[in-house]
Every structure is written in C-alpha cells, then in structure tokens.
Design a protein around this ligand. Structure first.
Ligand code: IPM
Ligand code: MN
Length: 368
C-alpha cells in the first residue's frame, strides 16, 4: 500500500477549521482508494509568533523538506502587523523550498456562483501558472533617505533566465498534459489542423516593462517553437487580461505569468469561479516539496464559528493527491465537490451554505 507523509500547517484564524475538514476528506479518499496518509502537524502562525517571538524556526524548511507535500490552512493574524507572517512564513517557505510554480486552476462548477452574466462552467475552465520565486517578490530594493523629503523607495523585479525558463517549461508541459492530448475546445479549426492541442498564453506588459517581459517573451517563443510545436502560443498584456477574464474567459486554456501579475489576476480568477470559498492553489517544487493551500485568507472574524466554507481547503487536498499521483482519488474528490456545489450547498459564502463547516466536510467525505 502506498503511504505518504504529509506536513500539515493549519495556521491562523479559520485555517485550522478548514484544514481539519480537508484532512477528513483526504482520509476518506485514502481509505476508499487504498493508500495511507501520515500527518505531522506544525504550529507555524500568528499565535506561535505572539507566544514565542519567532516567526519561523530556522530549521522549518529543512524539516519540511522531508515531506513530499504540505497542506496549509491560512496565514494572517489580526494581532500581528500585516506583512510579518505573510513574508516570514508563506513567502519564506515558497522561496526556501524553491516552490517556483504557483498553480491556480480557475474552474467554475456551477453558473449560480459566477458574477458574470451569461457565463457558465463551459466558459470558465483555465489554469494560471504563476512564477512563484522571483519578480517583485524577492525583496530586492531598499530605501534611500528614508523618512526625509528626499526619500527614495526602490522595489526591483528580478527575472532570471533560469527562473523564467523553468516556469515557462512547466507551463508548456502542463498545457500539453492538461487534457491528455485531447485538443482544447477553444482552438480554431486551422490550429487543430496544424496539429495544435492546447494554448499557452503569456500574460505580461511588453509595452512598458521592456526589460523584464522582453526576456519573458523571447524565452517563451524560443522554448515554444523549439520544444512545444503543438502548443499554440498567445500573448496578452496584463491589463487586457483582466478585461478578457470578465468579457471572454473562454479564451483561456493555460496562462503563464510573473509573480505579481499572477497574484493579481488569480484573485479575479477566484471571483469568477465562485469566490474564495472554492479557490485553491499549489506552490510547486516539481523536484521537491510542494505546498497546497486555499487561496483565501484566515478570515479571523469567523474563527471558531464553524461557518467558513472548507471547500477551498478540500480542493487544495485534491490538488495534493493529484500531485502525489493519486489521481483517481483526486478525481473522486472533485466529483464530490461538484455534486455538493451543484445540488446541496445553498451558497458558497461563509454562514450561508445551509451547512456548517464540519457538515460540508462530512458531506464530501460521505459521498466518497
Ligand atoms: C497569495 C497571497 C500572498 C501573495 C500574500 C499573502 C503574501 O496574496 O497567495 O496570493 O501575495 O502571494
Ligand atoms: Mn494573492
């Protein structure tokens, strides 16, 4: 029987509640599909920081490297200044564990939850591959003359050929595999005739960021032309991308972009797929330890009330299983989530589901 060691970081606020439901569902899937999950809990988060003064032990990354996957609840505590925990835990782990991909599927399960008029599950089904280790997130830059009228603040976007290339290659590979070779339905007949099976859109800002996205664009076309002739290459500026997400989301198959743009467009993506109650993502190190999380925050005002929606955490669990190669179990969780969303839940928002947090977990676990 396959057995996997999973690190669990429930984190702050409602993180522990949703994580508990995700674990409940993972266990049900493990039992049904015949594998074993062994959990080790870590208490990183705001409470630990307030108690000990330490954001993250220096040994954390090395400890976590022993696990193939991490399940993360949420980071963010009302008693801690914004930025400390986000940078000190979430971003630090993404960097130290070299999770250079942030994979964020945007898939609408029921048209009731889409705020866009006339758009349904047929229109909203794409994936954003966000570069997760570089760009504006590295902390490169600084102040000069801080606190004086001559103050200067510089925040630099770091784009290495190696970092960009590994992200692009991941995205091309992902696009190629996404439908098992079955052509993406948004392709034009002439593209299909030319042998294309998928589309990868580079989202950038080549008209203004003429260094960073020049590198991205050159690498994109070089790699694509040489190694991925069957993937149709497409480009959109980031501002236009937000426009198309609202107007024509069906134009997208797989999107690849830098860290900052990926952060921004995936919040919009989450809203058109039904909101933070359902949106999940994976911080991937394809050669190492990956970390799966609901995209939403810790929602502290709902802490302990058993009203928050655990589906995003459950979907993070599904991505975790897919990543471990337990794809049948992952597909079963997705099917159960779809049924719950379409036929059971009244709403995806906290307190309006018609079910409590733990009842949603029971529902999904039960239907497995
Ligand atoms: C996300 C979050 C983080 C980010 C924050 C909490 C640092 O917004 O995962 O998208 O900006 O990456
Ligand atoms: Mn974000």
């Amino acid at each position: 029987m396959n057995s996997y060691n999973i690190a669990v970081l429930p984190g702050d606020g409602t993180g522990p509640e949703v994580t508990q439901e995700a674990v409940k569902v993972l266990d049900a899937a493990a039992q049904k599909f015949g594998f074993k999950l062994n959990y080790t809990h870590f208490d990183f988060g705001g409470d630990r920081y307030l108690r000990t003064g330490e954001v993250l032990p220096d040994t954390a990354a090395d400890d976590l490297r022993q696990f193939p996957a991490i399940l993360l609840g949420a980071i963010g505590h009302p008693g801690v200044k914004p930025g400390i925990l986000e940078k000190g835990i979430l971003l630090r782990l993404r960097f130290e564990l070299e999770q250079y991909i942030n994979l964020r599927p945007v898939k609408l399960y029921d048209e009731r939850y889409c705020p866009l008029k006339g758009k349904g599950p047929d229109h909203i089904d794409f994936v954003v591959v966000r570069e997760n280790n570089e760009g504006l997130y590295t902390g490169s830059g600084g102040f000069v003359f801080k606190g004086t009228p001559n103050e200067i603040a510089v925040q630099e976007s770091i784009n290495t050929r190696r970092g960009v290339e590994r992200c692009l290659r991941y995205a091309f590979d992902y696009a190629r595999k996404r439908r098992g070779g079955k052509p993406w339905k948004g392709l034009k007949p002439e593209d299909v005739e030319a042998g294309k099976t998928a589309q990868l859109t580079l989202c950038g800002k080549t008209n203004v960021l003429t260094y960073a996205f020049d590198l991205w664009e050159r690498a994109f076309h070089e790699i694509g032309a040489k190694d991925y002739p069957n993937i149709k290459r497409d480009y959109t500026h980031v501002d236009a991308t937000t426009m198309w997400f609202v107007k024509n989301p069906e134009w997208f198959d797989v999107i690849v972009t830098d860290n900052m743009f990926g952060d921004i467009i995936t919040d919009l993506g989450a809203m058109i797929q039904g909101g933070m109650g359902i949106a999940a993502g994976g911080n991937l190190n394809p050669e190492g330890t990956s970390m799966f999380e609901p995209i939403g925050g810790s929602a502290p005002k709902y802490t302990g009330m058993n009203v928050i929606n655990p589906l995003a955490a459950i979907c993070a669990g599904q991505m975790l299983l897919d990543h471990l190669g337990e794809t049948e179990a992952g597909a079963a969780i997705e099917a159960a989530v779809i049924t719950a969303v379409r036929e059971k839940l009244k709403d995806l928002a906290a307190g309006r589901m018609g079910y409590s947090t733990s009842e949603v977990g029971d529902l999904i676990a039960g239907s497995l």
